[in-house]
Design a binder for this molecule. Structure first.
Ligand code: F6R
Length: 247
């Protein structure tokens, strides 16, 4: 595992974008697994900047979402498909048919989760981007989730719903369920890139990187993967006693 500690969020976003750019440039048909949320906004903007500067093309790239809320209208701005469109996909030369995600409005959610699991498995993700929840979740795999779990319909914890209420008019509008890749699904990616920003992520990062590898810290599962990069800003790294600093 390589841990990069950046001075601030902007430097962390650029470092994470460097890692993604390297994958996009080195694979003939890059397949990116993408998370959403505040952490990724700067990472995606940095990738958009590189596209607009003329140096980086996504024409051969496919994007696979990590998760999707259940029950939002398909045009809801907080549906993750729309978030990734607005922040990345529509701003670069990604093909219209190269963005994949679970359908959270499917009438048969369990079948949809299985369909998506198969799609992601067949795709073979080159790099999976992850954020981390305040409770240590990755994707929407809350504490207690099996490390072998595959894509499924999951129930969001109250902490996660409270944390995500900032994206909605009120907490009552935050969905209670999502379709999420499982930890087992995530661990099958060729490489993993976890990004965390801010002192409010220091505790879950410390638990994930130096605590026990345990289902109580879903993000600790990344330590079972052979090719992991972690990009932190100083706040998120603040509880790590001996984290390595590189840039
Ligand atoms: C989003 C996702 C979540 C977020 C995590 C951090 O697709 O899967 O696990 O990555 O909740 O969210 P932010 O970045 O908003 O703190």
């Amino acid at each position: 595992m390589q841990v990069f500690i950046a001075a601030d969020a902007a430097e962390a976003a650029d470092k994470a974008a460097d890692i993604v750019e390297n994958v996009v440039r080195s694979r003939p048909r890059p397949r990116l697994g993408m998370a959403t949320g505040s952490t990724m906004v700067g990472v995606y903007q940095s990738l958009v900047d590189r596209y607009q500067a003329g140096g980086l093309s996504f024409a051969e790239t496919s994007i696979y979402l990590l998760d999707e809320y259940v029950g939002l209208d398909c045009d809801h701005p907080q549906a993750f498909r729309n978030v990734i469109r607005a922040g990345l996909a529509d701003l670069v030369d990604l093909r219209d048919d190269a963005l994949f995600g679970p359908d959270g409005s499917s009438p048969d959610l369990e079948a949809e989760a299985q369909r998506y699991e198969q799609l992601v498995t067949e795709a073979c993700i080159d790099i999976q981007l992850l954020g981390i929840g305040g409770n240590g979740h990755i994707a929407f795999n809350e504490p207690g989730s099996s490390f072998e779990g595959l894509s499924s319909v999951v129930t969001l914890s109250e902490k996660t719903r409270r944390d995500n209420a900032r994206f909605f008019a009120s907490i009552d509008d935050v969905p209670r369920q999502a379709i999420s890749q499982g930890i087992g699904t995530i661990l099958r990616a060729r490489a993993i890139l976890l990004v965390a920003l801010g002192a409010h992520k220091a505790r879950p990062i410390c638990d994930a990187l130096i605590g026990p590898v345990s289902i109580e810290s879903p993000a600790s599962a990344i330590r079972l993967h052979p090719d992991v990069s972690v990009v932190l800003d100083a706040g998120a790294a603040s509880l790590l006693p001996a984290a390595r600093s590189e840039s």
